[in-house]
Design a protein around this ligand. Structure first.
Ligand SMILES: *[C@@H]1O[C@H](CO)[C@@H](O)[C@H](O)[C@H]1NC(C)=O
Ligand SMILES: *[C@@H]1O[C@H](CO)[C@@H](O)[C@H](O)[C@H]1NC(C)=O
Length: 186
């Protein structure tokens, strides 16, 4: 597979009136243990927002005969903490998820993006992915898609932060993480 962006330094300069949606997957993982999430911070997503994230994930998984994910309130709370920290201290840029035990898909939109359209943009990377040889087309990224459909991933939790500029930062966390180097997602 093509290497994934390792630290998500996607340019976020926004031209006037041009809507931009930038994507980022956590770097590929070597094998390592995944601790449990603990703590219970405030949720920033309600049941219908959860479904807006979950349904398109599970549609993409069903399309390749992979079992559905279940929603994790703990992962959603962890995602909310990270997204709100990025919003307060990080100028709403992508979080560096390189040290996280979880898979992480991020989306940054220059506008108030709905959960469903962010997940759709991740899933759309699948057009560049060839399962037969587990390869991403040259010059493309497939990591957000392969995390969405990663068979061993069982649960997901997501959150969004609305930034001062009206932009939206979206973060989904996945447990166990996907995108293990050299492995096929399904
Ligand atoms: C729940 O989430 C949905 C989808 O994001 C949103 O439209 C709705 O306003 C939210 N409801 C509450 C009570 O926060
Ligand atoms: C993988 O398969 C696709 C579709 O057949 C092909 O275009 C691509 O060159 C292949 N990549 C490698 C590394 O074999």
């Amino acid at each position: 597979m093509a290497p994934q962006c390792s630290h998500c330094r996607v340019a976020m300069a926004v031209a006037c009136f041009v809507a931009v949606l930038a994507l980022c997957a956590a770097p590929a993982y070597g094998a390592r243990a995944v601790p449990r999430v603990s703590g219970s911070a405030q949720q920033s997503t309600n049941a219908s927002a959860a479904d807006e994230f979950l349904a398109p994930h599970n549609q993409a998984r069903a399309a390749v005969s992979v079992a559905p994910l279940r929603w994790s309130a703990d992962l959603a709370a962890a995602a909310a903490r990270t997204a709100s920290r990025q919003q307060r201290q990080g100028a709403c840029a992508f979080a560096d998820m390189g040290g996280s035990p979880y898979g992480a898909n991020q989306g940054w939109a220059s506008y108030r993006a709905r959960p469903g359209e962010v997940v759709a943009a991740w899933v759309a990377q699948g057009q560049y992915y060839t399962h037969a040889n587990n390869t991403c087309a040259a010059g493309q990224q497939c990591g957000t898609y392969t995390q969405v459909v990663w068979r061993r991933t069982a649960e997901v939790g997501c959150a969004q932060a609305t930034c001062a500029t009206g932009a939206t930062l979206t973060l989904c966390l996945y447990n166990p993480h996907g995108n293990v180097q050299g492995e096929s997602p399904y």
